[in-house]
Design a protein around this ligand. Structure first.
Ligand SMILES: [Zn+2]
Length: 935
């Protein structure tokens, strides 16, 4: 690790928002970064981090605010000093206020179409009047700008006052991680952070406001109209704060049993009845779910159409399950304890940024000796604590929220901040009586049996082949091949097995792509119950419907991993789907496609790739194929074709010998009994060569109620080599900070603005993307601003000094030289070479070599060349309607998604040509040959 990282937690958050300025704590979290007395420049810290390969972030929670950054180790001390100034003497530049409020507003606008955020806001609104759980913690332009203006509130003064009162050293915690000696780090921290002021005032305390949801409004049924098409039932209980029982973790124990998916579980029973697809239970440990005033326990079920129609039935099963939870606690507690301890003991380094963040938050919650383990381990079994929590999870104390698109038109109420439509009613009396008076046992429900997937053998295996730096091919036939690398670096009793099972039938038609999605979803469903125990024993599996094949990923302790792998392949070999299950999943998949299409950023990607990648099926075409109607016979026929001819390509890394690894490939070929492919299947698409012009494809957003638009301006380069790729990476790195400064900070176009390099099936390009709000800017104006930015960037770039160029090259080289922190990172990198069939396992070294030979003028010339008259430029606009364009009230809020509406660009975009029909546009364009980036 050649990085230094740090996280700082302030023990206050949105609960401290003043009543007349909702969102002030969040706003301050943004503003505090706007220059400091010692380093006054507004974007100075970001610019410094970008130059030295770093990044930063921050987040505001109910009772905590966390800041973190990472940077190359050699700049760590300087970065710490620059960062600490925000807590010592920030400037919060006055004229940045109006602009930064737009970033906060944009964040609010982005959150608005999210069902989970909407649910939280609605839930919070049920709290007792005046309780902080009911606060609007996001903040927006209305609460932080317009309202204060009207009421003559000086926001600037209030920000400074909030900072002075609440950013006090005595309840801040700091974590630093870097390879320096501990003494050195301590010295730095003392030297720099001792200047953070301490006002000695008591820490804000809310623990005297218990039972926020002890209100008549709570124990009711709320019907909600969601943004996404989904039926879901949420059952929520508000318990006394449970954080103090972190050594027992009663809610973790209960959620483990509620969320169990093996035989005898709630979900198993619901799945068999075709009522539910998924179930989650527990407490997410965010400030909203757990704070000093209460703890949440919630169960969330994704229902099928039938489950929704009879939603009291699945609820009944849950209440029945509660009956048997109190029995036999010790055996199960011990098992969970063992699993958590195994996980902790053989923990692979989690994302280091997350780690320092966790540690500095733990420092606010636990005594010193539990700083590193308090959030993870189950320390002691305490049946009283568990029973006390369990006894509160009764129907009389539950809050029910039922989400369904079918509620549209029946919900007269609107939540104040996010506009969620809802209605409220009493829970049906006859059910309530059944639950409270004479609840009968359900014989299909029982506690889980002993888990056979828990590893007990942690020995490292002796090697049976020479050590290698990169994977080598150890098996190869016309039906499959295997890449293998024995782990000789991390030395843990874990392993990764991945296979790409390639078939040419998937891309034959949009219908086939849909059937393949169904196959993978139903395979997952068939596996869910038998493989669940493996999952809780920390063995992970993932099935992905790739563009050209099925991707199977398995990882975890190697001891029982083959058991899980065999289970998956056996289910693939014996694949079947009953008509019930088939219709449940096709109904669900239709909702999934819908939910993808209504997201502007997903639609934008779909449109861009539809233009660029030849013979790709679009999401809209898939939605149409599915709506046209498919049968379970179609699926069984597809599954037969799919399994008849295949090529299986795998990668095994970790604690398996080469002899053991070869057996995984053998198991696939023997069990699936397929024949070889008639011809090689290219695992990529052919790409369209854009004309030397500017084209704009402008489509209407398919989410009627969403104000978010997206603009992506893409410059195509072509089928280039590895050197060009690194050049573009370098370019994008140079662009990031000025792009953010220009488009987000100065022009306030939106919260998400970013340049990126694009590798589209081997064809390179770069793009700048802005997510904006139609209520503020139209997409054409945004595009013109992006152009303005690129022009100013071009000017700056041509003045780039040799020194600045070299600093950035070094930063990028350092990033590429950054050692893997865990085996998974190495596997991910190697796997991307296998799955794209490029096999350049030493790509990073080659890229570093290319970077070291690059000159300043090459970079400048390249940019000029691609930006001049002769550029192949494609803009994709997903344009939302914004406010005032909402259709008449009686119209549905759900748009029609089976067709794209193209919009003509205005004369302002001249000389750009509008694409009004994608097929007609690409029909006569030449195709680049298949291309891999190898040299
Ligand atoms: Zn924010």
């Amino acid at each position: 690790e050649n990085k230094g990282l740090s996280a700082l937690c302030v023990g206050v958050g949105s609960f401290c928002d003043p009543a007349d300025l909702p969102g002030l704590a969040h706003f301050l979290e943004h503003m505090v970064f706007m220059g400091s007395e010692k380093y006054p420049s507004e974007n100075g810290f970001d610019a410094f981090l970008k130059k030295h390969g770093g990044s930063d972030n921050a987040s505001t929670d109910c009772e905590r605010t966390v800041f973190q950054f990472d940077v190359q180790r050699k700049s760590f001390k300087e970065a710490l000093d620059r960062w600490a100034q925000f807590f010592i003497c920030p400037l919060m530049i006055r004229d940045a206020i109006d602009r930064e409020v737009e970033a906060v507003d944009s964040e609010y606008q982005l959150a608005k179409p999210s069902d989970s955020h909407r649910k939280e806001m609605l839930f919070g609104s049920l709290a007792k009047p005046g309780h902080p759980m009911g606060k609007f913690c996001w903040g927006n332009a209305q609460t932080l700008k317009q309202e204060p203006k009207k009421k003559k509130i000086n926001v600037y003064k209030r920000l400074r006052a909030f900072w002075k009162k609440h950013y006090s050293a005595h309840y801040m915690s700091l974590a630093v991680q870097s390879k320096e000696k501990l003494d050195t780090l301590e010295e730095w921290v003392r030297e720099i952070f001792s200047k953070v002021p301490n006002n000695g005032l008591p820490k804000p305390d809310f623990s005297d406001l218990p039972d926020p949801f002890d209100t008549p409004a709570f124990n009711k049924l709320y019907r909600v109209v969601p943004v996404r098409k989904v039926h879901a039932l949420n059952i929520t209980w508000a318990l006394p704060p449970q954080e103090k029982y972190y050594r027992v973790k009663p809610l973790h124990y209960i959620s483990w049993l509620i969320g169990h998916e093996g035989t005898g579980s709630i979900l198993s029973v619901l799945r068999k009845k075709c009522w539910a697809l998924a179930l989650f239970g527990g407490n997410s440990e965010t400030g909203f779910d757990q704070n000093t005033t209460y703890s949440i326990f919630s169960i969330s079920i994704t229902l099928t159409d039938e489950g929704f129609q009879n939603f009291y039935q699945p609820l009944h099963v849950i209440i029945q399950k509660m009956l048997i939870l109190s029995v036999d606690q010790f055996r199960i507690y011990e098992e969970i304890q063992k699993i958590e301890a195994n996980e902790f003991h053989y923990q692979e380094q989690i994302d280091p940024i997350e780690y320092v963040e966790d540690v500095c938050e733990n420092m606010q919650l636990f005594p010193k000796e539990d700083f590193l383990t308090g959030d993870q381990l189950m320390f002691e079994f305490n049946p009283q604590v568990i029973s006390a929590a369990l006894s509160l999870l009764t129907p009389e104390k539950a809050n029910l929220m039922l989400l369904s698109p079918e509620h549209e038109g029946q919900c007269p109420l609107r939540e104040k901040w996010f506009g969620t439509q809802y209605s409220v009613e009493d829970i049906q009396q006859n059910w309530m009586e059944q639950w409270t008076a004479n609840l009968e046992f359900n014989i299909d429900l029982h506690l889980p049996a002993e888990n056979k997937f828990i590893a007990t053998d942690f020995t490292l295996k002796p090697s049976d082949c020479p050590d290698t730096e990169f994977p080598v091919q150890i098996a190869n036939s016309d039906r499959g091949c295997l890449w293998y690398k024995k782990d000789n670096k991390f030395k843990i009793p874990k392993a990764y097995i991945r296979f790409h099972i390639i078939s040419p039938v998937i891309q034959k038609s949009a219908k086939n792509v849909v059937l393949f999605d169904l196959l993978v979803n139903i395979l997952g469903h068939n596996l869910a119950e038998p493989a669940y125990e493996a999952e809780v024993a920390q063995l992970d599996y993932k099935l992905v419907a790739g563009e050209h094949g099925l991707v199977i990923k398995v990882k975890g302790f190697n001891h029982k991993l083959p058991l899980l792998f065999h289970l998956i392949i056996d289910h693939l070999a014996d694949f079947s789907a009953s008509p019930d299950v088939f219709s449940m999943f096709s109904e669900q998949l239709k909702k999934t496609y819908f939910n993808i299409l209504i997201k502007p950023e997903k639609l934008s990607k779909d449109v861009r790739l539809l233009i660029l990648e030849h013979s790709r099926w679009s999401m809209v075409e898939k939605y149409q194929a599915l709506s046209a109607g498919l049968s379970s016979d179609d699926l069984m026929e597809f599954s037969r074709c799919f399994r008849a001819q295949l090529f299986a390509e795998g990668l095994v890394q970790g604690n398996f010998s080469s002899a053991e690894s070869v057996q995984f490939l053998q198991y696939i070929t023997e069990k699936l009994q397929f024949t070889k492919l008639p011809a090689e299947v290219p695992v990529m698409f052919q790409v369209v060569e854009l004309p030397l012009k500017h084209h704009v494809c402008k489509v209407k957003s398919l989410n009627k109620g969403d104000a978010n638009s997206e603009v992506t301006v893409y410059y195509q380069s072509g089928p280039k080599n590895l050197k060009e790729y690194t050049l573009m990476e370098l370019l994008v790195m140079h662009m990031e900070e000025p792009c953010f400064d220009f488009l987000r900070t100065k022009e306030t176009l939106g919260y998400h603005v970013y340049p990126t390099c694009r590798n589209t099936s081997g064809v390179l390009g770069f793009s700048v993307t802005v997510e904006t709000q139609a209520t503020k800017f139209n997409t054409e104006l945004v595009e013109l601003k992006i152009e303005e930015f690129l022009t100013s960037f071009g000017e700056k770039l041509s003045e780039l000094t040799e020194d600045a160029f070299n600093t950035q090259v070094t930063a990028l080289v350092k990033l590429k030289e950054c050692e893997d922190t865990h085996l998974g990172e190495e596997v991910d990198r190697n796997w991307s070479e296998v799955v794209t069939q490029q096999y350049v396992f030493n790509r990073l070294n080659k890229e570093i070599d290319a970077l070291r030979q690059m000159s300043r003028s090459e970079l400048v010339l390249w940019f000029q060349e691609h930006r001049g008259q002769k550029s192949r430029k494609l803009s994709v606009h997903v344009s939302s309607r914004g406010e005032g364009h909402e259709d008449a009230e009686e119209d549905s809020m759900y748009g029609e998604v089976s067709k794209l509406s193209f919009l003509q660009a205005s004369p302002k975009m001249a000389p750009a040509v509008s694409i009004m029909d994608i097929q007609a546009f690409i029909k006569n364009l030449p195709l680049f040959p298949y291309h891999k980036i190898l040299e």
